[in-house]
Design a protein around this ligand. Structure first.
Ligand SMILES: Cc1cc2nc3c(=O)[nH]c(=O)nc-3n(C[C@H](O)[C@H](O)[C@H](O)COP(=O)(O)OP(=O)(O)OC[C@H]3O[C@@H](n4cnc5c(N)ncnc54)[C@H](O)[C@@H]3O)c2cc1C
Length: 403
């Protein structure tokens, strides 16, 4: 006997940063929400995440900022350094003037801490039901304005509104957008180590270090009140092939980093070599919504991580979609308003993240030209960052994007 589908008001597919932030925002607006997560538990990878003021403003409006800030580190500056010579290319001062300018600081935090804060907000609301081991296969608009959702385990749900927050390999996206993943040929390795493992003092004046080299970069910053040190190494694999997955190996990592200065080479020991993250994005889409189904976060706008905005944009999406669904019971109208607020902006960040990657990884004489061009950059000149960092409610209607 087949079971009757379960009726729900709003169903969120995927309990990552974007899905949980959306659920928390909807519950704040008084909506009942069901979150279906494929994994056996709600969890995030053991690595750090940088969060710019736009994300902090959205987290504040979602009511979770204090929880998120509890164990976060507020770096004093972000420093771009040539990974080969060790010379500073440019610095962004993240101190008082930055915080006054944007109304919020720039923080770095453990992904698990951010995820836990969002999960707790959902649990404490009493309005969010959370189910694990629930891989959603499809969400189909019905003639009566509801959506039929089917899971791998055979469960069925009828929802008034469905939010697809199921990440870069989204199952829901295919019914809305006909496209494929774009491989970047770059791969990331991560490692978070106890601060004692790091030979030098990296906590008394905390900074985000961005070491930029030919076809590679390394990001480092302290986490959890300075108890941990986060390392993310990224490089282009010469062995990339669409036909197999055996590219971007630890041996290639070592070979690529061998050309770098000692500080970068030394960071190789902090990386976990058993997990690698091949990097993909997609072309910006012209639509994220079909009837009562809307995409959010990486499912809507997967981007390369070079502007450190993928998570931030998914939180901005979550705020916008929950505000719009709270404002009206007309789901199509709410989703159209959400798409209007978010699609162009997130698409521009997708596009410019690729350009940032080009600048990070530039080779040959062009590398010297890049370094020369940035050498007189004023650390307190934020004009090139406003388009991305300015909180949604303070950003001008017409943002001006870098050419
Ligand atoms: C190396 C690296 C560094 C990064 N650094 C930063 C940074 O500093 N700052 C920043 O803002 N962003 C950063 N990002 C980007 C950020 O991690 C992502 O943009 C963000 O995690 C997207 O969140 P999401 O909730 O949309 O998707 P995801 O985090 O992918 O979550 C999707 C969730 O859906 C679940 N799921 C998937 N399919 C299904 C299904 N069919 N049914 C049910 N559940 C499903 C998954 O298990 C997962 O829990 C970085 C990314 C990488 C790879």
């Amino acid at each position: 006997m087949t079971q009757e589908p379960t009726k729900v008001q709003t169903l969120v597919v995927g309990g990552g940063i974007g899905g949980l932030a959306a659920a928390a925002g909807l519950a704040r607006g008084g909506k009942d929400v069901l979150v279906l997560e494929r994994a056996p538990q709600f969890a995030e990878v053991g690595a750090g995440i940088q969060l710019a003021p736009n994300a902090l403003s959205a987290l504040d409006r979602l009511g979770v900022l204090d929880k998120v800030k509890k164990d976060a580190v507020v770096p004093e500056r972000k420093i771009y350094i040539d990974a080969v010579t060790g010379q500073t290319i440019a610095t962004i001062d993240l101190g008082e003037e930055f915080q006054e300018h944007y109304g919020y600081p720039y923080i770095v935090t453990h992904r698990a801490d951010l995820h836990t804060a969002l999960l707790e907000a959902c649990q404490e609301s009493g309005l969010v039901r959370l189910e694990t081991n629930a891989e959603v296969l499809s969400a189909t608009n019905q003639a009566d304005g509801t959506v039929l959702v089917k899971t791998l385990a055979g469960a069925q749900y009828i929802a008034d509104a469905v939010i697809g927050a199921d990440g870069v390999r989204s199952n829901l996206r295919g019914a809305i957008i006909d496209d494929t993943l774009v491989p970047s040929k770059y791969v990331a390795y991560r490692g978070t180590v106890p601060i004692e493992a790091v030979g030098e003092d990296v906590t008394s004046s905390p900074a985000v270090l961005c070491w930029l080299g030919p076809n590679m970069h390394l990001i480092q910053y302290p986490l959890r009140g300075g108890k941990l040190y986060n390392n993310v190494a990224v490089f282009k694999s010469d062995a990339y092939s669409p036909d197999h997955d055996n590219w971007g190996t630890p041996e290639e990592l070592d070979a690529r980093f061998a050309a770098c200065c000692d500080a970068v080479k030394n960071a190789g020991q902090y990386l976990s070599r058993d997990i690698r993250w091949p990097m993909y994005d997609r072309e910006p889409a012209g639509v994220w919504v079909d009837g009562h189904v809307a995409l959010l976060g990486d499912a809507a706008h997967p981007m390369l991580q070079y502007l450190a905005q993928g998570g931030a944009q998914s939180i901005d999406d979550a705020l916008a979609i929950s505000e719009e669904l709270t404002r009206t019971d007309d789901v199509e109208r709410a989703f159209a308003a959400y798409q209007d607020r978010r699609l162009l902006h997130a698409g521009n960040i997708q596009r410019l993240a690729r350009a940032a990657g080009e600048l990070f990884h530039i080779e040959g004489v062009a590398r010297n030209v890049r370094n020369y061009a940035f050498q007189n950059h004023d650390p307190k000149d934020y004009s090139n960052l406003d388009w991305m960092f300015m909180p949604l409610d303070r950003a001008p209607q017409e943002r001006s994007y870098p050419a």
